[in-house]
Design a protein around this ligand. Structure first.
Ligand code: PLP
Length: 418
């Protein structure tokens, strides 16, 4: 433990040390006698024992294909798979589990929406409104759609501090705007966007809204009905769940009107060479054998997250972010990128004179896992005229001790690069 450490206080309802014990990967040394300080949660989170054990139990006891089998194992697997869907519906407060479509993750969810709903509502001459802080996966599918149908991409800018220019929103929502897609939380800046305002203003103009929840689902309770989001997508692996699985929630009227995303088994009602009819929700959007085990693992992660005392967890995460912000600011030559008033769990910064990659390499040898680079937000980095940042990103299990390891590492970086 570094000399500067102030132990992270636990509150009555949130014991961070007890939480850490449930994540086996956190207690390892990454190099000889160098404990891991895992600060790359915006890329992917570590997994708690209940999720790991649930995956083991599925493969050890229940493994079978879903939906089509009459035998015991297939029934067990189907029950577990559909049970996971119910857990995800509870997590999002979706009106019905049929509105929860399993995908490979946020990226696939956005591609699904762009190539089904997008093709229905975006036509020649229309505009798709995005924000300047989008992840590439909430840019490229819309560009592909725009190119295909002859639409254009419009971009709501960000301020120097990394907040959305909400003052420009009314004028950017024109008669030609066919759709608004935005990230709930920026993976590069940590900005929490005013989702409710964005949705309300867009809806007042009759514009449907797609919310990229990749970075919000792990850090706050989400209520898709209260938000009135037309679509909400996220990835399981950033929220204590497995990789390769995520969710696309949609309003029923949209999902029912949309054509299928992919064709194949499990998404059909009747098939003949002359004509095929499709199954109802949610199966219409889940062609082929799904990622059964990981969907079940994600269901377990959803239950795990729902058991967390959110108020206490958020207070803890905010306190760690504030502590990290103060301490990084105090390191000579650093500059924080993203200082919006509403932020969560992401701290991006640069050294005036040291490349982020060099800093990341030194930090790694100190056991500190951060991400360096453009974080799949090249247009945003261009806005700030930066090649990349050093990004420390936090989860509920991170502590001030983790931050102290980061700071000690940054002092080493300073020493090495002058
Ligand atoms: N959107 C945001 C805001 C993200 O942070 C990420 C991943 O970092 C994605 C989308 C893409 O998620 P995935 O790679 O899990 O599909």
């Amino acid at each position: 433990m570094p000399a500067t450490t102030q132990p992270t206080p636990s509150t009555a309802s949130f014991d961070v040390e007890a939480l850490r014990e449930e994540f086996p990967a956190l207690s390892q040394d990454v190099y000889e006698d160098t404990p891991l300080a895992y600060l790359d949660n915006a890329a992917t989170s570590q997994k708690p024992t209940p999720v790991i054990e649930r995956l083991n139990r599925f493969y050890g006891e229940e493994n079978s294909n879903v939906h089509r089998g009459v035998h015991r194992l297939s029934q067990d697997a189907t029950e577990a798979y559909e049970g996971a869907r119910t857990s995800l519906a509870h997590l999002l407060n979706a009106p019905h589990k049929d509105q929860v479509i399993f995908t490979r993750g946020t990226t696939e969810g956005l591609n699904l929406i762009a190539s089904t709903f997008g093709e229905m509502v975006v036509g020649e001459g229309d505009e798709i409104l995005l924000t300047e802080m989008e992840h590439h996966s909430n840019i490229v599918p819309w560009q592909m759609l725009a190119e295909q149908v002859g639409a254009s991409i419009e971009v709501l800018p960000v301020t120097d501090r990394g907040a959305l220019r909400m003052d420009l929103l009314p004028e950017m929502l024109t008669d030609d705007t066919a759709l608004l897609a935005f990230t709930h939380v920026s993976n590069t800046l940590g900005t929490v966007n005013p989702a409710q305002d964005l949705i309300d203003v867009a809806h007042a103009e009759g514009v449907p809204v797609v919310v990229d929840g990749a970075q919000s689902a792990p850090h706050m309770p989400v209520d898709v009905q209260a938000l009135d989001a037309d679509f909400f997508v996220f990835s399981g692996h950033k929220m204590f769940g497995p990789t390769g699985i995520g969710v696309c929630y949609g309003k029923r009227e949209h999902l029912e009107a949309m054509p299928p995303y992919q064709g194949g088994g499990d998404m059909i009602d009747q098939v003949s060479f002359e004509e095929t009819t499709y199954d109802g929700l949610p199966h219409k959007f889940e062609a082929g054998t799904p990622n059964i085990a990981d969907a079940i693992g994600l269901g377990e992660a959803a239950e795990y997250v729902m058991d967390l005392e959110w108020e206490a967890v958020q207070a803890h995460e905010d306190a760690v972010l504030e502590y990290a912000t103060e301490r990084v600011e105090a390191v000579e030559g650093t500059r924080i990128i993203g200082t919006a008033s509403d932020k969560t769990s992401v701290l991006s910064f640069v050294f005036d004179d040291i490349h982020p990659y060099d800093a990341g390499t030194v930090l790694d040898r100190e056991g500190v896992a951060v991400r360096t680079g453009h974080h799949c937000t090249q247009p945003l980095l261009k806005r700030y005229d930066l090649p990349g940042t050093i990004r420390a990103s936090f989860a509920a299990y991170n502590t001030r001790e983790d931050v102290d390891c980061l700071i000690d590492g940054l002092h080493k970086v300073r020493q090495m690069f002058g």
